[in-house]
Design a protein around this ligand. Structure first.
Ligand code: PEP
Ligand code: MN
Length: 337
């Protein structure tokens, strides 16, 4: 870390900083300039306590880190992109993985029909919420364990792998018994107790970016999971809340590009939650692929107007099939398959 003192800090004040840097386990190197003194604190910032507390000294002007503090997630210490194996599939490899299915699991017929349709169109994973995070407590909350059983049935029928959300720490064991990938939703991506419990299940985790989360905060959430011994994290950009009201959220493609550069984790995009309308999903999928996304997670419902959640943004199986065909040249142009 670099500690910059205010102009004309006294010798006693410089010494107080040096003492504190040493107390916190770093080796201090003062550089005395004409106007200002700078203290370089040598030590591993990723494992030592932050020196930001030094800002409590009125003569300290700035404390600047020089290393990334999300050390397990950062490419700094892990230059090679991670490839996550789920069953026989790989996320983060050459193949762009497609996850598709309804927002919520509603019935056997709905989930099995959707699973068959999305598989036929080329998806490898079936999404569907059994535990639903709804803004209003009066809205459909999901079929819970019955929904998980239906997902499991759809997996048996089609061989698709299951991605489903876990809403609370108390449900981690239950959801992990049925799911191939645990989804941590946007509303929970800084629920640290849930992140830890999900990490400890040993299942791969799809970590959504919170709707008002800075990228650094998203990377720290991933760091919670990796630091609990679970390296299998897939980052998912799903749009952030901005001043815009004509789309549900604003898909932040720069976050996809940056997450791919800054971390070694696979990054996927959820255009459905981002834009909030089915007719825009295909365009955003193409853009996501051009930005380097390793996969897409898309809402598909056999009859969106009857859907119990997120009707406006769910594609019909037919729209999905057409989109999958249209995506092919974009996937090839990005050097993927
Ligand atoms: C969902 O995938 O249906 C969902 C609720 O996602 P998010 O957490 O991104 O809002
Ligand atoms: Mn949804």
């Amino acid at each position: 870390m670099i500690i910059v003192l205010k102009p004309k800090a006294s010798r006693t004040q410089v010494e107080a900083v040096i003492r504190e840097v040493r107390n916190l386990g770093y080796k201090p190197h003062p550089i005395i300039g004409v106007e200002r003194t700078v203290v370089a604190a040598i030590g591993d910032e990723r494992t030592h306590q932050t020196l930001e507390t030094l800002l409590a000294m009125p003569w300290v002007d700035q404390v600047m880190p020089v290393q990334r503090r999300y050390k397990l997630v950062s490419r700094e210490g892990h230059p090679k992109t991670s490839v996550i194996r789920v069953g026989k599939r790989e996320i983060g490899g050459k193949r762009v993985q497609i996850m598709a299915g309804p927002c919520s699991v509603e019935s056997e017929r709905q989930i099995v029909d959707t699973a068959r349709a999305v598989k036929k169109a080329g998806a490898a994973f079936l999404r569907g919420g059994a535990f639903k995070p709804r803004t209003s407590p009066y809205d459909f909350q999901g079929l819970k364990e019955d929904g998980l059983k239906l997902l499991s049935l759809a997996r048996q029928e089609t061989g698709l792998l299951i991605v489903t959300e876990v809403l609370s720490e108390a449900d981690v064991d239950l959801v992990a018994r049925y799911a191939d990938i645990l989804q941590i939703g946007a509303r929970n991506s800084q629920n640290f107790a849930l992140l830890i419990a999900a990490a400890e299940s040993g299942k791969p985790i799809l970590l959504k970016r919170g709707m008002s989360m800075r990228m650094e905060e998203w990377f720290f959430s991933a760091e919670y999971i990796l630091s609990r011994g679970n390296p299998n994290v897939i980052l998912c950009e799903r749009g952030i809340r901005t001043f815009e009201t004509m789309t549900r959220n604003t898909l932040d493609l720069s976050a996809v590009a940056l997450a791919k550069t800054e971390t070694h984790l696979p990054v996927i995009v959820d255009p459905s939650q981002a834009v909030g309308r089915a007719d825009m999903v295909s365009t955003l999928c193409k853009a996501a692929i051009a930005t380097g996304a390793d996969g897409l997670i898309i809402e598909v419902h056999p009859d969106p107007k009857q859907a119990m959640s997120d009707g406006a943004q769910q594609m019909t199986p037919r729209q999905f099939e057409i989109m999958m065909r249209e995506l092919k040249p974009f996937i090839h142009a990005a050097g993927r398959c």
